[in-house]
Design a protein around this ligand. Structure first.
Ligand code: NAD
Length: 978
């Protein structure tokens, strides 16, 4: 940038710093206690983490003793100076210590919260805002609230917004006139100004349910805007996570169509986003073309950098945020340039505590020939007090972003502020806590890109679609549309690569429209199976000689082919298996993962196992294929599960007879074709669609089959285990059965759980894919005091889960797979009436198709059938536990041991649950479905499974026989050296 402006920036920054330094210089102008606490947190990372975790759990503590229990658990072994008075010492040494310790802590934390929150109620807050106004500072009220999953929470939030508008309108009318704050070059600047969070107003405000979410948010916002217009106010739509960025901007556009003039509308742009500069350009043009009162645009840096970075990295998505602070700062300044250049088409507002950027905005404004009041500077209430004061003193137009709301709802906000204050890269920290040199702090940002991350070596999960990007939705939608209009296709029996005509066939149908046939498959007979087995027995030794590298290559090629057909395969699942979009996509990604993972695992296995060596002896521990494998698969992960079992058996050198589920032969056929195309010899892989009792049973009992990989229900699995135990006279091996079976998975919710996290996770786990995942939650166990609130919110949230045809993007609960499944869930709805109480049974479902609405029941006893039988549909049974131990006992009261979940913020209870809950996969503080290959190897024990984790390091061992060769290397007393 031009030298001149840079000089002005520097001079202005100094002026601000100077004006601020005559203010009280206490770090953040906090209480003595909070100051010390944050100082300590900045210097001690362990303490910082535990402190924020404690602040987060604090409002959920049930009583004084509970506060003290958490304090002790969080700060055990952590250096905490007595002077900080966290209440720990008091609890230890004073009689009735719990009470004393808790009340000290309670008082201190409340004080700290009050630092950042203008008031718990509207009247309390307006007092503070009047005081600010008197000092020469305007405000925008932020109603504290986080993403909601129930309509009643959304209603309550909207009601609070209406209330604050009323109170503000009434109170602010009595404030003295202040033309400096009430006018800018484009007209009146209202006193009443509120900032609203769209996610708190609309439970469906998310990428796939965007239409519904937008409608809901629009309806509530329309009323809010009409009210604000009456009050002559301004309304900002706050910006939160990247997931909802596009729809938040869409919502502003819809509101602008309806309210082009009044109320004044505002949106927020986060400069840490790589696409923010484009967004700034787009909202400016839109405001110019569509509004009669220019749009307020608040430019922030963004408060969720860590979150966005973690989410993108964990999904393998490109990061939406700039990787370095220098790049964000540089982009902030680019956005400032554009906003200042177009001031008038929009009203720019710059929200930052960074003195350089504040100075930059003003210098740019002046350099454009505009008056200082053409832009507004916004700062957070309770933060950087010296900067507020300095800006006011310099006659700039300042507005405080002032949160209002109860402490409990405000904790997330408080933690964000504390994080910001103590972050390594925080300007405030550098300036006020570390007293860094002003020169370095106000130097122009360094936009050098970070060094490119090294390309990962080894296994990497296939990234699922990033649904928040419109191109992902458009492409997938087109693939679904093609699948919907495609005619039914045939999936013949394949033996030796030849399609075999069978007398009988099986029709798979769309469970959302059962009259529609998706695929007609062959129905293999025992004779077909016999032919396939004979071929396999002959072909397998040749396949074994291909070597692990060659076979691993075949799997990698299969993965590559699947990638090219990704949306086509997933769209077929949408139709044939009734999978909603995101679930179908995830299933295809998992299939790709299995190919890649087992390919690399096979190479590891090829190196053999470690054995000790001594001079004169060579020991080799290696693995050989078992021979012929039968793979019998279920329909619920119609590509991933058979793909995992088939490829594991193949890569180890076995021949495979693949018998897919009757309900999904079309997808299974596509899998077979892909594997053959990738190079699996035709006589090594036979495709044998048919019925379980028929061809399935024949394979299980055949003496030439040496390993059976089965995934399905407990009854069938146990039957297979039994039949495979019979050894025929001609048999030369003991059959091995890898059986992955059902579950009755429980989620335990502890008293201190965060219900804002637990409730959506329970809903996702219980009702995603209509509860038809083996890992789905089917029991919800609430501990004592939390039970009623938990169940009430789960019922409320379940009431609005989108039910519909899976081909619709927004669907979460599609149909169950077939008529039998439908009848079964219906039957359990009846049983629930005898065994307890039905709390929710939704009937608002499409008439055609095997739809059954989400059902939540309460069981009187943990031994009730609804609490012990696997129902395999959208059916959740709730159980009340008297305490934590009781909750674990209830969770363990079934012979299944597949998945389980725990929501707790108590470190000791999490530790206890890790070994006490019987489950192959235990998930803590997250949903219990969605295991990832290589990250969460999957499978149960007890009556849920006899086998080793799919997608884990031991899996392939089940498809090989280990053997050891020992060679005496001594000849005439001489042996080669090591
Ligand atoms: P299912 O047991 O009815 O059928 C599974 C497969 O077994 C099908 O291919 C079927 O044709 C075949 N089969 C049926 N009777 C047979 C017999 N007598 N001999 C040989 N094969 C026979 O299960 P499903 O309805 O397809 O799948 C749902 C079940 O699978 C649920 O219980 C679920 O929990 C379980 N499941 C478990 C896991 C896991 O990893 N543990 C994963 C997915 C599904």
């Amino acid at each position: 940038m031009e030298q001149g402006v840079e000089r002005d920036v520097s001079a202005l920054a100094r002026q601000i710093a100077e004006a601020g330094s005559t203010e009280r210089t206490r770090v953040y102008h906090m209480t003595w206690w909070a100051d010390r606490l944050l100082d300590w947190a900045m210097a001690h990372d362990d303490f910082r983490t535990q402190l924020f975790r404690f602040v987060d759990v604090f409002p959920a503590c049930t009583d004084d003793a509970d506060v003290v229990r958490h304090l002790e658990e969080y700060f055990e072994g952590i250096d905490v100076p007595t002077a900080l008075d966290l209440g720990l010492e008091a609890a230890e040494h004073v009689p009735f210590g719990a009470k004393l310790g808790a009340s000290v802590t309670r008082r201190n934390i409340k004080r700290m919260a009050r630092q950042f929150i203008a008031g718990e109620s509207a009247p309390e807050a307006t007092e503070k805002l009047r005081e600010l106004w008197r000092l020469g500072e305007a405000s925008t009220v932020d109603l504290l609230g986080e993403k909601t999953v129930t309509q009643s929470d959304a209603e309550r939030y909207a009601a609070r917004v209406h209330e604050i508008i009323d109170v503000l309108a009434r109170e602010s009318a009595t404030w003295p006139d202040d033309p400096h704050l009430e006018r800018d070059p484009w007209g009146v600047v209202p006193r009443v100004n509120v900032s609203v969070k769209p996610t708190a107003l609309a439970p469906h405000f998310g990428p796939l349910t965007r239409e519904r979410g937008l409608d809901e948010a629009y309806e509530r916002m329309e009323a809010i805007c009409a009210h604000a217009a009456d009050a002559g106010g301004a309304v900002y739509l706050d910006m939160e996570h990247y997931d909802v960025k596009d729809i938040s901007l869409e919502l502003i556009r819809r509101l602008g169509e309806r309210f082009p003039e009044s109320p004044q509308l505002g949106c927020v742009i986060q400069a840490y986003l790589k696409d923010s500069l484009d967004d700034v350009g787009a909202v400016i043009d839109w405001s110019r073309d569509s509004l009669r009162t220019p749009l307020n645009v608040r430019l922030v840096k963004g408060a969720y950098w860590d979150y966005e970075t973690i989410v993108a990295a964990s999904h393998g998505w490109p990061s939406p945020v700039f990787e370095t602070k220098g790049r964000t700062d540089a982009n902030y300044e680019r956005c400032v340039d554009l906003l200042v250049a177009r001031a008038g088409d929009v009203r720019p507002a710059f929200a930052t505590h960074n003195i350089r950027q504040l100075a930059y905005a003003i210098a740019k404004t002046r350099a454009s020939g505009l008056h200082d009041t053409a832009v507004e500077l916004q700062l957070l209430y309770g933060m950087a007090e010296p900067v507020h004061a300095a800006l006011r003193k310099l006659g700039l137009r300042v507005r405080a972003y002032a949160p209002v709301g109860e402490l409990v709802g405000g904790m997330a906000y408080l933690v964000r502020r504390l994080l910001e204050n103590t972050a390594n890269e925080s300007f405030l920290r550098h300036r006020f806590a570390e007293h860094r040199e002003l020169d370095t702090l106000i130097a122009p940002p360094n936009p050098t890109p970070p060094p490119a991350a090294p390309t990962p070596t080894g296994f990497v999960n296939e990234p699922v679609h990033e649904w928040r990007r419109s191109d992902a939705r458009t492409r997938f939608g087109a693939a679904v549309a093609r699948a919907v209009s495609a005619p039914a296709f045939e999936a013949p029996v394949l033996i030796g690569g030849r399609a075999i005509r069978t007398t009988d066939t099986i029709a798979s149908t769309d469970p959302a429209q059962p009259s529609r046939v998706v695929c007609t498959s062959g129905r293999a007979t025992a004779a077909d199976a016999q032919l396939a087995i004979e071929l396999a027995v002959r072909a397998q030794p040749r396949w074994a000689t291909v070597g692990k590298t060659g076979r691993a290559e075949v799997l990698r090629r299969a993965a590559a082919i699947m990638r090219t057909q990704r949306d086509e395969l997933a769209a077929l699942e949408v139709l044939e298996a009734g999978k909603p979009w995101a679930q179908a996509d995830a299933d295809v990604c998992e299939a790709i993962d299995f190919c890649e993972y087992y390919a690399s695992e096979a190479l590891r296995l090829a190196r053999g196992a470690h054995v000790e060596q001594v001079p004169g002896e060579s020991n080799v521990h290696a693995y050989r294929p078992r021979g012929v494998a039968a793979v019998i698969s279920p329909w619920n992960f119609p590509l991933a599960i058979p793909c995992g079992m088939v490829t594991a058996a193949l890569v180890c050198g076995n021949a495979v007879l693949f018998k897919p589920a009757e309900q999904t032969p079309g997808i299974a056929h596509a899998l077979t074709e892909i594997l053959l195309e990738a190079g699996v010899p035709a006589d090594v892989l036979a495709f044998l669609p048919g019925t379980g009792e028929d061809v399935g049973a024949y394979l299980v009992e055949h003496p030439d089959v040496s390993v059976i990989a089965f995934t399905g229900s407990k009854d069938v699995g146990l039957h297979i285990v039994e039949r495979a135990g019979i050894t025929a006279p001609t048999q030369r091996h003991v059959k091995r059965v890898v059986a992955e079976m059902g579950g009755k998975n429980a989620i335990v919710v502890d008293t201190d759980a965060d219900l804002d996290v637990a409730v959506p996770a329970v809903i996702e786990s219980a009702f995603g894919y209509a509860g038809q995942k083996c890992s789905a939650a089917s029991r919800l166990i609430g501990v004592g005091p939390i039970y009623d609130a938990l169940v009430e919110r789960v019922v409320e949230a379940a009431r609005i889960v989108p039910v519909g045809a899976p081909r619709d993007m927004a669907t979460v609960v599609g149909p169950v797979i077939d008529e039998d499944a439908w009848k079964k869930v219906r039957r359990y709805q009846e049983i629930a009436r005898d065994e307890g109480e039905v709390l929710l049974q939704r009937e608002d479902v499409p008439a055609d198709g095997w739809f059954v609405g989400p059902t939540v029941a309460q069981a009187a006893s943990p031994s009730a059938r609804i609490a012990t039988d696997e129902i395999f549909g959208p059916f959740l049974t709730c159980l009340r536990a008297s305490d934590f131990e009781d909750a674990i006992a209830i969770a363990n009261a079934t012979p299944y041991a597949l998945t389980a979940g725990l929501f707790s913020r108590s470190p000791s209870r999490i530790r206890t649950a890790m070994h006490a809950i019987r489950a192959g996969n235990l998930y803590v503080n997250r949903a219990i479905t969605g295991a990832m290959v290589g990250r969460q190897p999957f499978g149960g024990f007890g009556l849920s499974g006899a086998g080793s984790k799919a997608g884990g390091a031991d899996y392939l061992l089940q498809f090989v026989d280990p053997y050891v060769v020992t060679e005496n290397t001594i000849r005439q007393g001489f042996a080669p050296r090591e």
